[in-house]
Design a protein around this ligand. Structure first.
Ligand code: HEC
Ligand code: HEC
Length: 129
C-alpha cells in the first residue's frame, strides 16, 4: 500500500510543471557590427546610443536604417564611427586618468556632447551676441 503511494508521487514529480512549457524570452542578439565600442552590448550599448543621439539632437534613424542597426548604409553612421575613434583617441591621450562615473558616457571626459551640444554640426565660435 505504502509503495503504491510512493510510486504515484514519483510519477507526479516526473511531470514538468506547466510553467516550463510557456515560451521563454529570446536571449538578446550579440551586436554584429560594433567596431569601436567593442566592450559594450545589450542595455549598456543602448544607453550609450541614447547619449549619442541626445548629444547630436537626433533620433536613432539619423544614423540607422529602420530594422537593421548593424547596417553601415547611412553616411552619418560611418561619420559617427570615425567620431567614436577620434573621441576615444583624444581621451586616451589627454585625459587618461579620468574616472567615468555611473550613468556617464563610457568614452571618458570628452564626449560627443562636449562638442556637439545638441547639434549635428558643432559651432566654431560663440554665436554673435
Ligand atoms: C550619430 C549616429 C548614431 C545614432 C544617432 C545612433 N547610433 Fe547606434 N550606432 C552608431 C554607430 C557608429 C554604431 C557602431 C559603433 C561601433 O562600431 O563601435 C552603432 C551601433 C548600434 C547598434 C549595434 C548594431 C550591431 O548589431 O552592430 C545598435 C543596436 C544601435 N546602434 C542602436 C541605436 C539606437 C537604439 C539608437 C537610438 C537611441 C542609436 N543606435 C542611435 C551610430 C548611431
Ligand atoms: C572635438 C569635437 C568633437 C567631438 C568630441 C565629436 N565631434 Fe562629431 N563633429 C565635430 C565636427 C567639427 C564635425 C564637422 C561638422 C561639419 O561638417 O561642420 C562633426 C561631425 C559629426 C557628424 C557628421 C554630421 C552629420 O551630418 O551627421 C557626426 C554624425 C558626428 N560628428 C557624430 C559624433 C559622435 C557620435 C561623437 C561622439 C562619439 C562626436 N561626433 C564627437 C566635432 C566633434
Amino acid at each position: 500500500m505504502i509503495r503504491l503511494v510512493r510510486c504515484t508521487l514519483l510519477l507526479c514529480l516526473a511531470i514538468p510543471p506547466a510553467a516550463s512549457a510557456a515560451p521563454q524570452p529570446r536571449p538578446p542578439r550579440p551586436p554584429e557590427n560594433v567596431q569601436v565600442l567593442t566592450e559594450l552590448d545589450g542595455q549598456p550599448l543602448r544607453a550609450e546610443m541614447q547619449r549619442i543621439a541626445a548629444a547630436l539632437g537626433v533620433k536613432c534613424d539619423h544614423c540607422h536604417v529602420q530594422g537593421n542597426f548593424a547596417s553601415d548604409e547611412k553616411s552619418p553612421k560611418r561619420a559617427a564611427r570615425r567620431m567614436l575613434e577620434m573621441t576615444r583617441a583624444l581621451n586616451a591621450r589627454h585625459f587618461p586618468d579620468y574616472g567615468v562615473k555611473e550613468g556617464e558616457s563610457v568614452l571618458g571626459r570628452v564626449t560627443c556632447f562636449t562638442c556637439h551640444r545638441g547639434m549635428t554640426a558643432p559651432l566654431t565660435a560663440p554665436p554673435a551676441p
